[in-house]
Design a protein around this ligand. Sequence first.
Ligand SMILES: Nc1nc2c(ncn2[C@@H]2O[C@H](COP(=O)(O)OP(=O)(O)OP(=O)(O)O)[C@@H](O)[C@H]2O)c(=O)[nH]1
Length: 378
Amino acid sequence: MGLNSLEKENQELKRTLRLIVSKAERNESILNSFFEVELRLLSCGRLSELLELILVDFKALFRLSSVNLILFDPEHAARSLLDEYVPPATGNTLRFVQSQRLLKSIYPNQKMIIGTPSSALKSEAFPVADSPVASCALLPLIRQNCLIGSLHLGSSDASRYTEHVRYDYIQHLASVVSVCIENCINQENLHRLSSIDMLTKVHNRRSFEEEIVRELSRASRSAHSLACLFIDLDHFKMVNDTYGHQTGDRVLRTVGLFLNKQLRKTDTIARYGGEEFAILLPNCDKERALSIAETLRKKLASLIFRDELSRPFRMTTSIGVSLCHPEKNPTTKLEDMAYQLIQAADKAVYNSKDSGRNQVAFMPFPHLEAPKIQADLY
Ligand SMILES: Nc1nc2c(ncn2[C@@H]2O[C@H](COP(=O)(O)OP(=O)(O)OP(=O)(O)O)[C@@H](O)[C@H]2O)c(=O)[nH]1
C-alpha cells in the first residue's frame, strides 16, 4: 500500500472517529438533559407544578412544536386538585377522559407510536387546529398494566421521530412521567384528606392552625388585616339529647356546607371543635367582619333542620369576632399572633354565650386578661 493511500485511509479513519465522538457527545448531552428533566419531574410536589413542567417546559427543553396530555380521571381525583390551575393556552392541551375507550383505541397493544401521524390520529393527539406537527411520539402512560394517560410530543421536523430509530430514553421518560403523575395525585389527595374534617368536609383544626399562620404571613406582607370568627352552636347538647346523635351530625354537616356556600373562596372555614366552627376572613376590616358575622348568625338561625322523623327545629349560634393587623405587631412571632387571635375570638364567643347566646361579640386583639388585683396590696 502506497504512502498516499495510507494517508487517505488515515484521514478517513480520523473523520469517522470525529463523527463517532461527536455522536457520543450528542448522546451524552441528550442523556444529561433527560436526566435533569427526570430529576425535575421527581421533585414536583404538586400536580399543577408537574403539568406545567410537562406542558410548557418540555416544549422548550425538547424543542417541540406541541405537547399534549390526556389523563384518565374517572373519579375526578386529578381535576379536583386543579381548581385554580389554568392550562397553557397556546398549542398545548390537557384533556381528562372518564373512560379508557380513547386511550385503548390509540394504543391497542400499549406500545408507543412513532412517526408521521395520520390525519385522524393527529386531530385526536394534537387537537389544536394548525398544530405544525410533521412527526410525533405518542407515549402511553401506564401504571400497573393500566393506561392512565397519553403524552403526545409533536415536532415540526419530519425527521425528528422516525420508525427506524429506537427511542428508549423517551419510553423511559414516559414511565417516569406516569409514576410522577400517580404520585402527585395520591400525595395531594392524601394531604387533602388529612386536612379536612370527615363529618363536615371543611378544614379540621390542625389544618386551620396551619392556615392561620399562612394567612397572617400573607396579611403582614400586604399590610392587610385578618379577621377571625368563631361560631359555636347554642345548646347543641340538647339537640343530641332530644333528636339523637345522628341528627346532631346532620346539623353539623349542614352548617359546614352552609358556611362553605356563604363565604369567598379565599376564606378558610374549619371545624375547630365538636360544635364550634372557625373562619378566617383575609383583608377584612372590623365593620365588615362584624356585618358578615351578623349576617351568618341571622341566616343560621333561620335554617330549618329536621330530625329522623322529619320534625322541624331551628338552631341559634353565638359568634365571636376578633381582628389582627400583623404589620402593626412586627415583633410578635406569627405563631404567637395566631394563638392570640384564636384566644381573642374564643373569648369573644364566651362573652356572647355569657350575654345570653344568639349574638355576635367582638374582642380586640391582642386579647389580654385584666391583671388580677392582689388583695394583700390593699
Ligand atoms: N352529634 C354530634 N355531637 C357532637 C359532636 N361533637 C361534639 N358533640 C356534642 O356537642 C355537645 C356540646 O355540648 P356543650 O359543650 O355542653 O355545649 P352546648 O350544649 O352547645 O351548650 P352551649 O355551647 O353552652 O350553648 C356535646 O353534647 C357533644 O357530645 C359530633 O361530632 N356529633
